[in-house]
Design a protein around this ligand. Sequence first.
Ligand code: 5GP
Ligand code: MN
Length: 313
Amino acid sequence: MTKLETMIGRAESIVILGHVNPDGDCVGSSLAVYNYIKEQYDKKVLVCLEAVSEKFSYLAGFEQIQNQPGQEAADLCICLDCSNEERLGAFKVCLDGAKESICIDHHVTNEGYAAENVIDPSSSSTCQVLFTQMEDERISKAVAECLYTGIIHDTGVFRHSNTSAKTMEIAGKLMEKGIDFSTIIDDSFYKKTYLQSQILGRALLESVSFLDKQCIFTVVRKKDMEFYGVDKSDLEGIVDQLRIIEGVECAIFMYEVGIHMYKVSMRSNKKVDVSRIAAYFGGGGHVRAAGCTMSGSFYDVINNLSGHIEKQL
Ligand code: 5GP
Ligand code: MN
């Protein structure tokens, strides 16, 4: 019995949580556990996340996601892909109220805030860690679709350096469940709406290189988002496009979230540990992909980040 299954077995009511701004790994892992419990156990189970992008609507249980914390305290709270309590956002009350808790994650910065913690920073994704907490024979096609979605999102479809032989082995086992992997990859990862493509184009056009072209950044302001009619979820992927520009070691993408306030995403290729820089500014993440929220004008933000990047180059 794994830690997860033991704790599910002991509980009558369960609440599943992820991090703010839920991404593919967060949504995939949350719905994987949700479907697994629904299929294998007779328990009361709730999945609570901030607004989730419609592109994940093919996942079973998508319609059941609640955007508000549940009223009743649950026996067990399962936290997924969330590196610290603050990143649970408004749903932190569900963790505080629960009798038992377990956190399953792969963030190197996670210090283990739940009662039980299964954290493996060598895993590509929370979905990869989660696979090892489930019984292979009991993983259905619906659960496999959720786990596969999380893995492809956090590995950039098996491109990033967090992809290991183990990741591929697990992806292979999930393929054997009969999932339509090519449609999942196209529809949830590569497909963009016309407006998403336009804002990507605009962000690339306005990007600026610095530190001898080893770094590049671009910024999307509130007024740009209003002009194109897009929200923050439409900006996913912009930073990854910057990272693959020839000669770039470190890519920075930021968008305005308030007056003199920016949400920053960083990616690096070989040298820079962006999680260290993000953690310095109150954020976190992984060595090659991290983020934080910073205040000041965007010139201030770039100046501050640039100093830290230069030290590492
Ligand atoms: P992204 O740039 O795609 O938003 O995030 C990249 C990685 O950094 C993800 O693993 C994400 O969870 C983490 N991350 C992004 N923003 C923050 C933040 O503000 N705080 C922490 N702790 N992690 C973050
Ligand atoms: Mn993740």
